[in-house]
Ligand binder design. Structure first.
Ligand SMILES: Cc1cc2nc3c(=O)[nH]c(=O)nc-3n(C[C@H](O)[C@H](O)[C@H](O)COP(=O)(O)OP(=O)(O)OC[C@H]3O[C@@H](n4cnc5c(N)ncnc54)[C@H](O)[C@@H]3O)c2cc1C
Length: 347
């Protein structure tokens, strides 16, 4: 298989597209023998392992391309102020570079229904949403309304593509742009208006935390059932406050797990009701993670010794990976002394 390294596959960057002053798209070449591995559904994301300034980081980026309408795999990365990986992508990644990428994952996908669709999207939250829009237009007869918030007109990612899609489907797709510098932040009355206009719709939300809070509050106020609301969170949820404990010295506790990460070994006392990931973060060990809900795979590590219990695997690992001893550390507890787990190296 093409350069498989643990859960990572080597993919070459084929093309880089300037989208806005602070975002770029990266088109990845998928070799023939990885086409099946990298088959995906609209709304899913890829997880990248990258080395920046001597440290390995793991980050997820949604596919903005659509498997129903185009053959390329494209992710779009928006700069985050002082963000380590988003700026590295925008500054350093050029055609020809090889990236270390996990297979597609995620549940932010269309349901098999014919109800209208309403999307609340803010900033880079448009990436999975435009994929869903293209998929719904191509494969269903559903009507769609996108409420898309941005700081200003220059920050709108995929503005021209969205205009073309709306012009091509005037009876099915409506796009409402919301610009902070003109309209102010999206507020609950405006969000409720969009909800009330399509009370039977499926609702998809992806954007900055505060924006998503407003959309969720509007949906709750309009009594929309939870099963019709789909949310993709780009931010990593807060785990325990990092750095509030110390690692166990060798010999100090037989029960301490050994965690191999980024060329170092850490001795971590994992409490009975604590996951390996949470214990690492409690000690200030920067173990990778993203969703922390068992579906993205960003926190996967391989168990080298000892007994562990994985409470949930919601698609983050496939059967072969489980068979090979991989676990999702956000869902895994230690069940014996002498546990050793190793996070994969993307190189
Ligand atoms: C499922 C999923 C899909 C995603 N899809 C996309 C996408 O399509 N496009 C996209 O652009 N993003 C997407 N993201 C977000 C992306 O994964 C990254 O979280 C984002 O790019 C920021 O990463 P970074 O390394 O640049 O920022 P980080 O370095 O992690 O920094 C994030 C923030 O923390 C602050 N910070 C950095 N270091 C420290 C420190 N030591 N102490 C305190 N604060 C600090 C930074 O100032 C910054 O504000 C997605 C996330 C998920 C979970």
């Amino acid at each position: 298989m093409s350069g498989a390294q643990g859960p990572y596959f080597d993919l070459r960057v084929e093309r880089v597209v300037d989208e806005t002053h602070d975002s770029r798209s990266f088109v990845l070449a998928i070799p023939d023998d990885l086409k099946a591995t990298f088959a995906y559904r609209a709304g899913q994301f890829l997880t990248f392992g990258v080395h920046v300034e001597g440290h390995q980081w793991v980050r997820c980026y949604s596919l903005a391309s659509c498997p129903d309408t185009e053959s390329e795999h494209k992710v779009t990365v928006k700069r985050v102020e002082d963000g380590r990986v988003s700026n590295w992508f925008n500054d350093r990644v050029s055609p020809g570079l090889t990236l270390h990428v996990m297979k597609p994952a995620g549940h932010f996908c269309l349901q098999d229904r014919e109800a209208p669709l309403v999307f609340f999207s803010g900033g880079s939250g448009i990436t999975p949403v435009i994929s869903l829009i293209k998929s719904a237009l191509a494969t269903t007869r559903r009507t769609l309304h996108l409420v898309y918030a941005n700081r200003d007109a220059d920050s709108i990612i995929f503005g021209a593509e969205l205009t073309a899609l709306a012009e091509g489907h005037p009876d099915r797709l409506a796009v409402t742009h919301r610009l902070d510098d003109v309209d102010g932040f999206l507020d609950e009355p405006a969000a409720r208006e969009a909800v009330a206009a399509s009370p039977e719709a499926d609702f998809y939300i992806c954007g900055p935390e505060a924006f998503m809070d407003v959309a969720e509050a509007a949906l709750a106020a309009e009594s929309v059932a939870d099963e019709r609301v789909f949310i993709e969170r780009f931010a990593t949820p807060d785990l325990d406050v990092p750095g509030s404990g110390t690692e166990t010295a060798p010999g100090e506790s037989e029960d301490a797990a050994e965690v191999y990460l980024d060329g170092e070994v850490h001795r971590v006392s994992v409490q009975e009701d604590e996951t390996i990931l949470a214990a690492c973060h409690r000690l200030g060990i920067d173990a990778p993670c993203a969703c922390t809900e068992g579906y993205c795979g960003a926190c996967m590590a391989r168990v080298k010794a000892g007994q562990v219990e994985m409470l949930l695997n919601d698609g983050g690992l496939d059967d072969d990976q489980v068979e090979e001893g991989w676990v999702l550390t956000c869902q895994t507890r230690v069940r014996s002394p002498g546990v050793k787990v190793e996070y994969p190296d993307a190189d």
